[in-house]
Write a protein that binds this ligand. Structure first.
Ligand code: PLP
Length: 457
């Protein structure tokens, strides 16, 4: 009986043939991206220094479906379609009448959803003649995924890795090198942005904002090099929609319709990947779902950030995006969910929150790890610390179902496994994790530095 099954699988022939572009269905077009100096809307020519033409076109695309090139589908077939599970053991452990389903992206070569866009970006860069890619990585998930994808399409990758992670996570660096990438600790002597920071503070441990500045500068100043970003931008959200498109087919096999859909949000891409294809139905007058974005209290971009134009990096080299932001000078406390520590949020996800189509909740990291451990003991997969935020929200919802005696169907994205993050679990078991919400004073300070924008809005 299909509805009793635990696992819902699709054949390779069911890997989606197109990505879904939500911009086509939004009631208002997304706010324009502004030039960092003139503050006028950017043109494709402005972006040509750092991105290849096909990705610029996708960034600004208005058509609903964008074809996935066959070579990209071939690489996707290494791990896609990913499984959808019914979390029966978790349901039993919680003694809840809720039906819980999760899409598992941890089966990818690098253990998370990130290769869905890394492979597409490497393919389009190669097709457009890019000779080298520069990028940044915090904890290493994105750098590892782009290293893998660049290797497949023969595009060498330079990764600027935040110094503190470079020193503390040697395995991540080794993984990038295993895939053939060059990994540089950031701030570095290789860029003006890096040298500037080092001249002020030779011991700087770096930040994602600084590493982005270094990668963007490298792309902007080298003829053969382009830049790749692992989240936030529209084309990244687009590539991730394979997650939700597959899930819709798998839920049909399970004969299930979700009432609640949950994802964790750093820059918004795994969340967007799952929920945008469901919102496609809502935006065209169909069913409405309750959609929850789960984020850390230590980096509360959606729940406490401003909805304003801001830079994506510390040195203010990137264009201005209208998004939920904590300010580009934001420095997160040392939480273990490395992927959820960025100051900004996808403009598309930010717009959906503004439209009231999604809601956001923030969680402290200790209860998130508790949720992750409950999940691991029930379902057997140790989740990435980022995913634990989604699991916390799911368990809370399932417990409400139990209280109310209601059998709601809950769907979430298990965006990655935690095998590279066992130190975080070790710290949790040793009682060393602290819950440090972002203080009102630092929030006011970092938001005080938002750029002035007179144009558009
Ligand atoms: C990078 C990462 C995230 C955060 O990025 P999003 O763009 O918000 O998805 C979350 N989970 C994992 C496992 C990651 O690697």
């Amino acid at each position: 009986m299909a509805s009793e099954a635990i696992k819902f699988l699709l054949g390779d022939d069911r890997i989606p043939r197109s990505w879904y572009n939500i911009a086509a269905d939004l009631p208002e077009p997304p706010s324009p991206v502004l030039h960092p100096e003139t503050r006028a809307p950017v043109t494709p020519a402005d972006m040509a220094a750092i991105f290849p033409p096909s990705l610029i076109a996708q960034e600004m695309a208005t058509e609903r479906e964008i074809e996935i090139p066959e070579p990209v589908r071939e690489v996707y077939a290494l791990w896609r379609p990913t499984p959808l599970f019914r979390a029966r053991f978790l349901e039993r452990a919680l003694d809840t009448p809720a039906r819980i389903y999760y899409k598992y992206e941890g089966v990818s070569p690098t253990g998370s959803h990130k290769p869905n866009t890394a492979v597409a970006q490497a393919f389009f860069n190669h097709a457009d003649g890019t000779r080298r890619l520069a990028t940044e990585t915090g904890a290493g998930q994105w750098g590892t995924s782009l290293a893998f994808a660049g290797g497949i399409f023969g595009v060498p990758v330079d990764v600027f890795m935040v110094r503190v992670s470079f020193d503390q996570k040697p395995y991540r660096r080794a993984a990038m090198e295993a895939y053939g990438a060059r990994c540089v600790a950031s701030p570095s002597e290789e860029t003006a942005a890096g040298r500037q920071i080092l001249s002020e503070d030779p011991q700087s441990t770096g930040s994602l904002g600084i590493a982005i500045s270094e990668a963007v500068e490298t792309a902007a100043t080298r003829e053969d090099t382009k830049y790749a970003l692992g989240s936030v931008l529209n084309h990244v959200m687009l590539h991730q929609t394979v997650i939700g498109l597959e899930t819709i087919e798998q839920l049909a096999l399970a004969d299930a319709v979700p009432d609640v859909i949950v994802g964790c949000t750093g820059g918004g891409s795994n969340f967007a990947g799952l929920v945008f294809p469901f919102l496609a139905e809502t935006l065209r007058g169909g069913r409405r779902y309750r959609i929850i974005a789960a984020e850390p209290t230590a980096c509360p971009t959606l729940t406490r950030g401003a909805y304003a134009y801001d830079f994506g990096d510390t040195a203010h080299l990137t264009p201005l995006l209208k998004m939920r932001t904590l300010g580009s000078t934001f420095v997160p406390t040392g939480i273990h969910a490395g992927g959820l520590r960025y100051h900004g949020m996808s403009p598309l996800v930010s717009q959906l929150l503004d439209l009231g189509l999604i809601e956001a909740r923030a969680y402290d990291q200790t209860p998130c790890f508790a949720a992750g451990v409950t999940f691991a003991r029930a379902e057997g997969i140790v989740p990435a610390p980022e995913a634990n935020h989604a699991i916390r929200a799911v368990i809370d919802e399932a417990l409400v179902c139990k209280q109310e005696g209601r059998a709601r169907t809950i769907l979430f994205n298990l965006c990655g496994h935690g095998h590279f993050d066992m130190q975080a679990y070790a710290d949790y078991f040793a009682g060393k994790l602290e819950d440090r919400p972002y203080s009102e004073a630092s929030l006011t300070r970092s938001l005080g530095g938002l750029p002035e924008v007179s144009a558009a809005e």
